[in-house]
Design a binder for this molecule. Sequence first.
Ligand code: ZN
Length: 102
Amino acid sequence: MSAETHPTERLADLLDERLTGDERRLVEAHVRECPTCQEALVALSAARKALGRLPHPPMPADLEARVLRQIDQADAEGRRDPAGTPVPVTTPEGPFVESPRG
Ligand SMILES: [Zn+2]
């Protein structure tokens, strides 16, 4: 076991329980003997708790733009009404008015 190589990127996987049995045992054995990785694991764990234990990495930067674009599309198609007033929708059966209560 090399003390010079820290399984830094595996620590997050260990926290997420994404490691297989052998990998997990190797990382856990290293962490037990490596104060540096113990500290890293504690810091990582604290950060996860602060983030509400999100299982996924931070959202992509363009996610907000994509969501906003989808909302714009929904508005354009009359499926969503921000003012909460009835919106006329044209269907194959003909136009009807959506109930504001859904
Ligand atoms: Zn280490």
